[in-house]
Design a protein around this ligand. Structure first.
Ligand SMILES: [Zn+2]
Length: 501
């Protein structure tokens, strides 16, 4: 028996005006065949989990292709067509295959299709036919569409946020996929749709009430009531026609899966109004940092401009306020600004020059600043994550430079990757623990690493394509009667979609 293993990963922010092209994927990674075995199987990623499960079951694992990049604007459809063509070539070259295991993000939109994941799965199903098992792992923030459900046997999502269980999710997916292949009584999957989105920074699986829900699901698993569950809080900056949060439950008994899927989904829906942001203004955080004598750095969370959430990363709104207030706080931040990075390399290290910084990607949202800067250091942009999430993963932020404006250190780069990892500062000579103020453009993922460095973390009201104020964003495509645009006070979850037999 053999299974082809492939991966397509990008989280789309529909409000980011910059299309994610093939160049953007090259900044992540694009591996084929043995390159996957060499580069990924020793990393804590979903593909490695799938390979492990296949190895344990003595099913031959065939590495297909893996295209992975960080969040961003909708993907150029040509990129997805390329991935599908390459994947199909590998599947056909290994004919007959028994299973295809796919690692997806699941909240992905292209310039042509709202449901990129459904398009990929459907394209593969058409080639392999009905008898081949297709199992997919996804992010917890995926948008699980009916198309995805119709064409897959198994879908499993991360059960942690910040995401720490990539490997385990790949492993669960492959184990259940193998069960579909090898066991007489195949697991059944049920989906319940929930018409809601909430800001991604307002919950984690480390604290109530979301942790209670996840713990309840795990208890159902551990006591043998169900085989598997995934609770999806759709990433809230995805403006698509079939958007929504959802719950998937997998069990041998369909009625059981249905009952617990509805129970978990109703619990999630009932929590919706608790997921409210508690935001400080930029000035409040600057004042707090100046007035307090913290021994540890203050983290100003600029989640609205988080490239992790698909925003453009080119906001300098906080630096603007620091300059306006003539603050001398020792500050470190990272800004997407390719022209400034290239210019710094042209001028050279140790020189001083006037720079325009910020507003290069989303000028309608972000105004640049004009400042005299000292060029402190120049970099190729490649660094290794320290984790705990994704420890050992290699990131490439492109040609980059640290520019100093008084006590403010600004890392200008081509793209921000690895936002939640302290190495994004440390690897570029800005030791985070020696700063007074760290501007972190991330939602929740950063907490896994930063809560080890400091307790002083402030969610801040900043502008950007990943604003927590969802009602302020220009949604056009989401279904009607959808929270938070409607309160849905009398809504009961009910919609049950059964996966394929
Ligand atoms: Zn996520």
């Amino acid at each position: 028996m053999k299974a082809v293993v492939i991966e397509f990963h990008q989280e789309t922010n529909s409000f980011n005006p910059v299309v994610s092209t093939i160049d953007y994927f090259e900044r992540g990674h694009m591996y084929k065949g043995e390159e996957i075995s060499i580069n990924l199987l020793d990393k804590p990623c979903a593909l490695a989990g799938m390979f492990k499960a296949l190895e344990e079951s003595h099913v031959q694992a065939i590495p297909g292709c893996s295209m992975f990049t960080m969040s961003g604007g909708p993907i150029d459809q040509a990129v997805v067509d390329h991935f599908v063509t390459e994947s199909i070539q590998i599947i056909e070259a290994n004919h007959p295959v028994d299973a295809v295991f796919i690692s997806l993000h699941g909240a992905t939109q292209t310039t042509t299709y709202d449901d990129c994941s459904g398009f990929i799965i459907d394209s593969i199903r058409k080639v392999v036919g009905n008898h081949v098992v297709i199992a997919a792992s996804t992010d917890l923030h995926a948008n699980i569409t009916d198309q995805m459900i119709k064409d897959t046997d198994i879908i499993c999502g991360y059960q942690t946020y910040p995401h720490l269980d990539h490997f385990e999710t790949g492993y669960r997916t492959a184990k259940l996929g193998l069960s579909c292949l090898l066991d007489e009584n195949k697991p059944k999957m049920v989906k319940v749709h929930i018409p809601m989105i909430v800001p991604a920074s307002t919950y984690t699986t480390n604290s109530d009430p979301f942790s209670t829900l996840i713990d309840h699901g795990k208890e159902l698993e551990e006591t043998g009531k169900i085989l598997d569950f995934s609770v999806y809080q759709m990433q809230p900056w995805l403006d698509v026609t079939e958007g929504g949060s959802s719950v998937l439950v997998i069990d041998d008994a369909e009625e059981n899966a249905k009952q617990y899927a509805i129970e978990l989904a109703q619990k999630l829906f009932d929590m919706r109004k608790v997921f409210k942001p508690n935001l400080y203004s930029i000035d409040e955080v600057i004042d707090l940092t100046e007035q307090s004598k913290y021994e540890k750095p203050v983290v100003l969370v600029d989640s609205a401009d988080s490239t992790n959430a698909g925003a453009t990363g080119d906001s300098v709104a906080v630096i603007q306020r620091l300059l306006h207030k003539q603050s001398d706080l020792k500050t470190a931040c990272v800004v997407t600004d390719a022209p400034a990075a290239v210019r710094a390399h042209e001028i050279g290290v140790g020189k001083t020059a006037k720079f325009s910084i910020g507003g290069t990607k989303y000028p309608e949202m972000h105004q640049p600043i004009q400042v005299e800067c000292y060029i402190k250091s120049l970099h190729d942009g490649i660094f290794i994550q320290e984790g705990p999430a994704g420890r050992g993963m290699i990131n490439n932020i492109g040609l980059s430079a640290v520019l100093q404006v008084g006590n403010i250190n600004i890392l200008v780069c081509h793209h921000i990757f690895g936002n939640g990892d302290p190495q994004l500062f440390r690897a570029f000579g800005m030791e985070p623990t020696l700063q007074e103020l760290l501007i972190v453009k991330a939602c929740t993922s950063f907490r896994a690493a930063y809560s080890l460095l400091t307790d002083n973390i402030y969610e801040t009201e900043t502008p950007g394509a990943a604003s927590v104020d969802l009602k302020s964003l220009p949604f056009k495509r989401l279904p009607k009667d959808f929270y938070p645009f409607s309160d849905l006070d009398h809504y009961q979850v009910r919609e049950v979609t059964l996966a394929r037999d």
